[in-house]
Design a protein around this ligand. Structure first.
Ligand code: THU
Length: 139
């Protein structure tokens, strides 16, 4: 199914893809298994999962592996139209601050960002998740 960013069906599909990605998490230290899915403006969906490290601080979040995967696959001109983040731990997983800044580089300001909450899913436009973002290229 190829939905349009913002549609309920498209969002459900993106959340499902994020859940599937979370199954590949490398999270032996936290056991917190996160999955992220990005819908690009081209319609392509790219996923990521968290990859932890024994040094802890070198851990990479699901959102950031998804962004890297999107650039590797489709090149530096990608734009993100919609994001979904979830986890297999029945917990909330809003994107962390570092991931918001990394998403900012490629995302449309009004792109819906859906993330798991303790009891469901919350959807917010990206610009509300990271107002007054640091930007060099634009603005
Ligand atoms: N994590 C993510 O994958 N995304 C976030 O936005 C926040 C945290 C991961 C990092 C680590 O592997 C685990 O969740 C626990 O912090």
């Amino acid at each position: 199914m190829e939905g349009k960013a913002g549609d309920q069906a498209a969002l459900d599909e993106l959340l499902q893809r994020a859940r599937e990605a979370a199954r590949h998490a490398y999270a032996p230290y936290s056991n917190f298994r996160v999955g992220a899915a990005l819908r690009l403006t081209s319609g392509a969906i790219v996923t990521g999962t968290n990859v932890e490290n024994a040094s802890y601080g070198l851990t990479v979040c699901a959102e950031r592996t998804a962004v890297a995967q999107a650039v590797v696959k489709f090149g530096p001109e990608i734009r993100i139209a919609e994001v979904a983040v979830t986890n297999l731990n029945h917990a909330a997983s809003p994107p962390c601050g570092a991931c918001r800044q990394v998403l900012a580089e490629f995302i449309e300001p009004d792109a819906p960002v859906a993330f798991a909450t303790a009891d469901g899913v919350r959807v917010m436009p990206f610009r509300e998740l990271l107002p007054e973002m640091f930007e060099k290229r634009r603005g």
